[in-house]
Write a protein that binds this ligand. Structure first.
Ligand code: ATP
Length: 237
C-alpha cells in the first residue's frame, strides 16, 4: 500500500490541509493518509497552541467523512498514552521518530509518503536528521503561488542539493511534476489555490466571524461550542 503521513499543528485543520491531502491521494495513488497533530512541534514551541485534545478532536471531525483519512495519535502527549513522571518535561515531536515508529507496522511492500506544504518544506534542511528523512520516505510537496522548482531543489539539505548549474533552469519552472535525485524523491502538487491559513482562522474566530468557508462545518461548530480561540481559552505551553 502507498501510505501518506501528514503532520502539522492543525490548530485547526482547514480546507487547505484537506485540499493537499486529496491532491496527494490522487497524484500518488495513496491508499490511506494518517493525519498526525503534533503535541510539541519543534518549530512552534514559542507560540501558544490550543491543547492537543482539542486539536485532535478537530482532526477527527474534519476527517470523519473520508474513509482513507485516518486521525493518528502518533505524536500524542505521552501522559495521554502511558503514565509518566510529573517532573519529566514533554519532548518535542521530531518527524523522523514518528516516521520510524509508523514504519514498524508496515508490511514489506508498503511505501511511505510525507505530505508537506511548500512553506514548511522551505525549512526542511533544518529539520532533525533531514537526510535520514529523505531516505525513509518520498515527499509530496504542495506549492504556493510564486514558488518554482528551484525553490524546492534549493531547500534540500546540502548533501542532497543539486549543483547550481543544474538548478539554474529550474527558476522558470513551476513546482509541478517530480524531482528524482540521488537520495530524494519529491512529488510536486503545484499550487492548490486554497489560501486557508490556521492563523487567519484563529483571528476570525476571535473576532466572532463565520468560519464555514475555511473549515469543515463540524469543525466550525466545535470551535464555537468550545469557545476556542477566544483569547481566554488559549493555553500557553
Ligand atoms: P499556522 O497558520 O498556525 O502556522 P497552518 O495553516 O500553516 O498553520 P499547519 O498545521 O502549520 O497549518 O500546517 C501543516 C502543513 O500543512 C504544513 O506542511 C503546511 O505547509 C501545510 N499547509 C498549511 N496551509 C496550507 C494551504 N492553505 N495549502 C497547502 N498546504 C498548507
Amino acid at each position: 500500500m502507498n501510505i501518506g503521513l501528514f503532520g502539522g499543528t492543525f490548530d485547526p485543520l482547514h480546507r487547505g490541509h484537506a485540499a493537499l491531502a486529496r491532491a496527494a491521494m490522487e497524484q500518488c495513488k495513496l491508499h490511506r493518509i494518517y493525519f498526525v497533530p503534533a503535541n510539541l512541534p519543534p518549530h512552534k514551541q514559542r507560540q501558544p497552541l490550543t491543547p492537543f485534545l482539542h486539536r485532535f478532536a478537530m482532526v477527527v471531525l474534519a476527517t470523519a467523512q473520508e474513509k482513507s483519512f485516518v486521525p493518528s495519535l502518533l505524536e500524542a502527549p505521552e501522559e495521554n498514552v502511558v503514565p509518566i513522571r510529573k517532573d519529566v518535561r514533554a519532548k518535542p515531536n521530531y518527524t523522523i521518530d514518528t516516521v520510524r515508529r509508523l514504519k514498524r507496522s508496515f508490511k514489506a511492500a508498503d511505501k511511505l509518503f510525507l505530505l508537506i506544504g511548500m512553506d514548511a518544506f522551505a525549512d526542511i534542511a533544518k529539520w532533525h536528521q533531514a537526510e535520514a528523512l529523505f531516505r525513509e520516505c518520498e515527499f509530496i510537496v504542495a506549492g504556493r503561488p510564486g514558488y518554482s522548482l528551484a525553490d524546492v531543489a534549493n531547500a534540500l539539505p546540502e548533501s542532497l542539493r543539486p549543483r547550481p548549474e543544474v538548478t539554474r533552469p529550474f527558476h522558470k519552472q513551476p513546482a509541478t511534476g517530480e524531482l528524482v535525485l540521488p537520495g530524494a524523491t519529491i512529488h510536486l502538487l503545484g499550487d492548490l489555490h486554497q489560501p486557508a491559513s490556521a492563523t487567519a482562522i484563529r483571528e476570525a474566530a476571535a473576532a466572532g466571524k463565520p468560519l464555514a468557508r475555511w473549515v469543515d462545518p463540524a469543525v466550525a461548530e466545535y470551535i464555537k461550542k468550545m469557545g476556542l480561540y477566544k483569547s481566554s481559552s488559549v493555553v500557553t505551553r
